[in-house]
Each structure stands twice: as structure tokens, then as C-alpha cells.
Design a protein around this ligand. Sequence first.
Ligand code: HSE
Length: 455
Amino acid sequence: MDFHRLTCKSNHEWCGESDLKPVNVGLLGLGTVGGGTLNVLVRNATEIARRAGREIVVAQAAAREYDPAALDGLDRVELTDDAFAVVKNPQIDIVVELIGGYSPARELVLEAIDNGKHVVTANKALIALHGNEIFEAAQAKGVTVAFEAAVAGGIPIIKALREGLAANHIEWIAGIINGTGNFILTEMRDHGRGFAEVLAEAQALGYAEADPTFDVEGIDAAHKLTILASLAFGIPLQFDKCYTEGISEVEPQDVEYAEQFGYRIKHLGVTRRTGQGIELRVHPTLIPERRLIANVDGVMNAVLVKADAVGPTLYYGAGAGSLPTASAVVADVIDVTRSLTMDSENRVPHLAFQPSELSDQSVAAMDDVETAYYLRMTAADRAGVVAAVTGILGDAGISIEAMHQKQPHEGESEVPLVMLTHSVSERQMNAAIERIEALDTIRTRVTRIRVECLD
Ligand code: HSE
């Protein structure tokens, strides 16, 4: 590249006279993220070119539905409704897949790779389920598949794990990695709003997945955690081994009782090295309210990484939305552009570790995971009930840290009983809960929420 030409302009603006031809991007999808990506590439074209060393232009885009009024520079883009035409187009250097879902995204990405194109995707479902196959194909073809936007929207957590923390032995990661779920929990807590109403707002704002059960049942967070675990520990992607629980069972009273104990409820993805294997789990979690991550609200995401050399580091930012996600997509496009002239073996490996060095360390069975617990049950308001419950916990070797019997609701003879336990294995807790639920004085299922101190 001719740096003289770059620097000789008196106004220091990109002169567009690089010896290198512009890089042609083929966009698949012009929805929330695709539209944001086009707009950022157009809006910041000059600075992006100064960073990348050459111009980056969206040459072609495939979309069935889009809003022309919300898109910049559309007149310079060749439009088609055939995404396969884009991945086969010999003029396209980088395919940016932003249609989401498993299929035809998988077929499109594999076809793009087969045609020698680099790929940028925000598709966490695709990477979590088919990443091993996709990276193998990319490796064989000498192309890159970049996926920064797949986890935590605009937060550069993939770059941090793969490059910034490359010196470290990573011990654990805990993250709020679903913006929609965090938005719902925050609105429930702060404004007492109903679940369905807040979810509808998250959908209108473009935060939620096409199928919002992915957000509320924890599947989206499990996709993202699967990716983080592979990058942190150098293991193949294993979405099927991720324990997944969403926020649909969290009730406003749990949020309130948790606060009385000094905790916040957050939907957390946790992955940790242990003697039993690698923990891989997403579920609602009580976190002490004094922790920074307990105060991450709304659609914001945060990922806390504990590594041996640097200690804990926390990454915070917008986890969803058009422009924040586009920020990560475009950063990947720039990265790929910079590495176009580099030998493929010298590029940063897809999963942070060299493909031949991935470890076969197993994912721990959920039964072996140890955490503290919050328990809530509805008990008959009579003598001996609490003793029966604590007796069962004591028999199971479960030690109680705090316990409250709440006031019965007016005219009712049943009382909510809430408690915090010390750390115990999931297996022990399951057995104890089964015995508690069998008591005739316990009138509902026991609600259990895991507790993480994150210290
Ligand atoms: N539905 C996702 C979320 C979008 O709410 O976090 C970003 O991945």
C-alpha cells in the first residue's frame, strides 16, 4: 500500500487512491443488524478505509424485506433476493451473513467458503451448533470466518479472549449475555412491569430473537456461552452439553426476596474449569448486589473473565441492537480486510487455540456442579413445618445460611418460606428438593435459583 499517498493529503482525509482495489462486501440480510452494518460502513467509510488500508464497499446485498428509508447508500448496492447469488458472485471478497438461524445460513456460509470467500457472521446459533464444521472447512480453504458480533453485541469480548488475554490461563467466565432477558428482569424489578409487556417492547426495539423463546428460555445465552467456553479453554464447540434454564420461571416475589437478602437476580452464563470437567451452564442466578455485574441493567451485557495473570476483567456494553451489533460486524470486516494479504496459517485461530491443539477435556455433568442456592416454597402455616424442611436439608448435608418465613397473604393459611444455603452439589440439592416436595405441608414446587458470589 502506498502510505505516501495516504499521508500526503493536506486535509489528512483518505484519498481513495490506494494501490489496492476496494474490498467488496456481499451482505446477506438488510434487517436490524444488516441495515446497521450498511449504515456504519457508509457513514464511517473514510475512517474505516484509513484503518483498513483500503476502501470497503457493499457491492451486493441479498434481502427479501427491507426499509429503503432507513438505509444509507442503497443506490450504490446491487440488490437481489437470491442470497446464493451473492455467495457465488466472483466480485465479492467478504460475505457478511446477517440473516440468522441455522438454515439456510449454514449452507450459505459453507458455499461462500467453498468459493474462497471470507465470512463475517453475527449468527451465534450457527457458530454454536455448526462452528466446528464451518471452521474446519474454512481452515481447509485458507479463509477466515469472523464472528465477534455473535457474542455480547458490540462488546469486543471475542477479541479480548482470543488476543488480549492470550497470555493467561483462564479460570472462569460469568456473563450477562442476553440483552432481552436482562431488559425483562430489570423492568420487572424497577418498574414492576409484566413479562409479556416487556418482551413485546424488546421485540419492537429489535433486541429479541426472531423466536423470542430463544431469549427467555436461555437458548440464545447458551449459544453464546458455548462459544466463550471454546475460546477460553480451547475445546470444540459443544452446545448440546450446555445446561440451559431461562428466566420464564422467575417471579417478581423472587426478585423482591433476593433483594432482601442483598442479592440481584441476573440471567448468567457460567463456564469454569473444575476437577470434574468444564462447567457450561446458563440459568437465573443470585449475585451479591455490591458486585459490578449485578448492576448491569437493561439491554446492556457484561462479561466477567477471571484469568490467572491479569486477574478479573470486566467487559461491558450494549449486547443487542442495530448499531452496537453492526459495530462488531464492521470491526470484523476491517480485521479480515487487513489480513487479506497474510498467510492463512498466520491468522488468529478461529477458536483462539491452534486447531490441532484443541483439548478433549469433557464438559462436567450438571449433577456435579456445586453452587449455593436460594430456595422458595409455600408451606402450611403450622408447627413443625420448618423443622421438617431443615431436617431434610440437614440429612443431605446442606447447610442453611439464612432463612425467612414471610407473612401469610391475607386470609391465607400458607406462608412463603425462603432461604439461602451454602454451596452443595446439584445432585444433593435435587435429592433434598424431591423429599421436601413430597411433604404434605409443602404446597407448591420448590423454586430454586443458584447463587454465585463471583469473588
Ligand atoms: N436476542 C439477543 C439478545 C440479541 O437479546 O441479547 C443479541 O445477540
